[in-house]
Write a protein that binds this ligand. Structure first.
Ligand code: ADP
Ligand code: MG
Length: 256
């Protein structure tokens, strides 16, 4: 059975793309069949795995220029399938805006290929626009990366949770929150620990948080410019090790 999981947080730079790529690569190491979908016009996930300026993108499939099968790029080196995005995806929000069932475009595109994969991971842009809503509607579960910094404890998480519960009620009743990941944890500062405590208290349900916390790790920041997941670029780094742990938690959580 396929698990479709979306990485969402309207704040940028919190580790959505890094988490999607490295959880995906770690699940693939554990012999899971994984499809990564770049659903951000910035195309960071695509370039992180070495796909640049491709014309066979998620947008070209949404626009009917290519079939969904044609836009799936196999990357045997990482044991991953990837659908890339480029800046033209930003046009999709506008083009979809006044169409019927505009929240379901991605879901309808993925339905026919779902059963081929154990996991389909969708990386969203830093917004709550129609692209992100399409990503959430297409998914069974959502993972929310949160950076361990002061702003994480402010209102934007509440806004995100409210948006998720509205989408769940109106558009996708089976949706659930798989978990919140704390990212870029710096063990040298007290602030990081305080932020975790504040956010957990504010959210009120400790079981929503993954036990594995992702440290600030230079290998994680370097890996994308080498077009590799950190699990390949620096297989023994703390970043790689933590993302493998996180992938194990993901496997356990989807079983429940
Ligand atoms: P988002 O997709 O939410 O915008 P990214 O995953 O692109 O966030 O991360 C933002 C930046 O921080 C990127 O340059 C990325 O390489 C870097 N980064 C992400 N996670 C870490 C980490 N744990 N340690 C160090 N750098 C990180
Ligand atoms: Mg991103």
């Amino acid at each position: 059975m396929s698990n479709v999981i979306v990485f969402a947080n309207q704040k940028g730079g919190v580790g959505k793309t890094t988490s999607a790529v490295n959880i995906g690569a770690s699940l693939a190491e554990k012999d899971q069949k994984v499809l990564l979908i770049d659903f951000d016009p910035q195309g960071n996930l695509s370039s992180s795995v070495g796909l640049f300026n491709n014309e066979k993108t998620i947008y070209s499939a949404l626009a009917g220029q290519f079939s969904i099968n044609e836009v799936i790029h196999a990357i045997p080196e990482f044991k991953l399938d990837v659908i890339p995005a480029t800046i033209d995806l930003s046009a999709a929000s506008l083009e979809l805006a006044d169409q019927e069932k505009r929240e379901y475009f991605l879901k309808e595109l993925l339905d026919p290929i779902k059963e081929r994969y154990d996991f389909i991971l969708i990386d969203c842009p830093p917004s709550l626009d129609l692209l992100t809503i399409n990503g959430i509607v297409a998914s069974d579960a959502i993972i929310i990366p949160v950076q361990c910094e002061f702003f994480a404890a402010q209102g934007f998480l509440t806004l995100l949770f409210n948006t998720i519960s509205r989408i769940k009620q109106r558009l996708n009743p089976k949706l659930h929150i798989l978990g919140v990941i704390f990212t870029m944890y710096d063990s040298r500062t007290r602030l990081a620990q305080e932020v975790i405590e504040m956010v957990v208290e504010k959210v009120g349900d400790p079981s929503l948080f993954f036990k594995t916390v992702i440290p600030r790790n230079v290998k994680l920041a370097e890996a994308p410019s080498h077009s590799q997941p950190v699990t390949q670029y620096a297989s023994a780094s703390s970043g790689a090790e933590r993302y493998r742990n996180l992938a194990q938690e993901v496997l356990e959580r989807v079983k429940k």
